[in-house]
Design a protein around this ligand. Structure first.
Ligand code: SF4
Length: 428
């Protein structure tokens, strides 16, 4: 029999009270998602309608990662454009015309909204509709917001995928849809494991190209690979697709539970499941046990940032022997992270949203061995002698499924080990 993850005796955290605070937040905006999305959608272009700050964010955060012709740009609205909104619309039309004339490889154009109030006032969804008519059928134009006022850094992907769902064609086919942008190698591993169990056809959102055969319908069942896809989840359900709620595929346990839940939907036998997963499970367990040595008995504190916090806390506490002090998430959608909350033993404070000063006070008082937080908080906490892990790295690094489970533990153990060495040096 496959040994499946157990719910902790005494129950998990699903029904535990949630500390909800609202105040100043310290997170990146949703434009960040463009950095990984542009690599997944090979014929897409992301046109940010924004300020110079937006252009700087994309250039400095993403510049180093672009080695091919860039697939995103910023239409910077100058003061003159902003004097009258009609001008801004005309200016935008002009930029798009020039772009599409120059770049005939673009099949999907995303108009991405940002923070300046003049941009917020622009009706980008009307602009996208108008442009879709104008450039049909060769280019599909969609819009979403990456504004820091409305989105945290992983919500940009959610907003982008949610914008795509309503325009996908309808299909009656019974199919599995994997939802979330994963590095290609990780996506291939996941698809391969599922195919070895006889599950198919398998489709992926985002699809690599606009003309892929991806459709949605009532016989579509979908599994999320990222926990931050709340709007996409809702958009898919509106199209009649059925969500498979499962713990997220982080670590050996999470991956096994995710695969098992999907496999159950497709009637995969115990024997087949075991045959396909036994070897990679054993490899993952071994890799985690080596990589997590430095983590055993250590404490961890999560600031809300990526929305990966709850599944990661489940992984670190159950598979790496850590104690969670606080698990903060920007939003808690129990329909999505409920299965992970079930497996997370009672004990840590579960918090949603943020009043950053109050949370910093709690963190400094608890003095955790490791704090997972955004870039903006890492420096002050390090200056206080606390070891930190930047949440954003978790989105840029391949961490899902069995073969990456050891690397995932390694991402957390490195700063803990480094802090230990620094303490030793200081004591000598
Ligand atoms: S927070 Fe707003 S202004 Fe700053 S980069 Fe993001 S979208 Fe642009």
């Amino acid at each position: 029999m496959t040994e499946l993850p157990r719910i902790p005796t005494g129950g998990g955290c699903r029904e535990e009270p949630i500390l909800k605070q609202r105040g100043q937040r310290e997170v990146f905006c949703g434009l960040t998602g463009i950095i990984w999305l542009h690599r997944k959608m090979q014929d897409a272009f992301f046109l940010v309608i924004g300020s110079r700050t937006c252009a700087h964010l994309l250039q400095s955060a993403a510049g180093v990662m672009i080695f091919a012709e860039p697939r995103f740009g910023t239409a910077i609205l100058e003061e003159t454009d902003l004097a009258g909104l009609a001008d801004a619309q005309t200016e935008l039309d002009k930029v798009v015309d020039q772009l599409l004339a120059r770049r005939t490889d673009i099949k999907q154009l995303f108009l991405v909204g940002s923070c300046p109030s003049e941009v917020i006032k622009l009706d980008l969804s009307r602009a996208a509709e108008r442009m879709t008519e104008k450039y049909a059928p060769s280019v599909r134009v969609l819009n979403f917001s990456g504004s820091g006022i409305e989105t945290t850094f992983t919500q940009g992907e959610d907003a982008c995928l949610a914008a795509m769902v309503p325009v996908l064609p309808k299909t009656e086919e019974k199919q599995l849809l994997l939802v979330g942008a994963l590095p290609d190698v990780v996506e291939e591993q996941a698809v391969s494991l599922l195919q070895q169990m006889g599950i198919g056809p398998i489709k992926v959102l985002p699809a690599p190209r606009a003309d892929s055969d991806l459709g949605i319908g009532e016989n579509t069942v979908f599994a999320l690979t990222q926990p931050f896809l709340g709007d996409t989840h809702a958009a898919l359900e509106r199209r009649g697709a059925k969500h498979i709620a499962a713990p997220f595929p982080f670590g050996e346990e999470g991956t096994t539970a995710w695969l098992r839940t999907v496999a159950d939907q497709f009637g995969v036998t115990e024997e087949t499941f075991t045959r396909v997963t036994d070897a990679p499970r054993a490899r993952a367990r071994k890799a985690i046990s080596q990589a997590s040595e430095a983590l055993r008995g250590k404490s961890v504190f999560f600031f809300p940032d990526s929305q990966l916090e709850i599944p990661l806390a489940r992984f670190l506490t159950r598979e790496c022997g850590m104690d969670a002090i606080e698990v903060g998430a920007p939003f808690i959608h129990k329909g999505i992270v409920g299965p992970d909350l079930d497996m997370l033993a009672k004990g840590p404070v579960i918090s949603e949203g943020q009043d950053v000063d109050l949370q910093l006070d709690r963190c400094r008082a608890a003095r955790p061995d490791l704090t997972v937080c955004g870039l903006g908080l890492a420096n002050p906490l390090e200056a206080d002698g606390l070891a930190t892990k930047w949440a954003i790295e978790l989105v840029f690094t391949p961490v899902h499924f069995y073969e990456q489970a050891g690397d995932l533990a390694g991402l957390f153990s490195r700063p803990v080990r480094r802090a230990g060495l620094l303490k030793l040096e200081a004591a000598e």
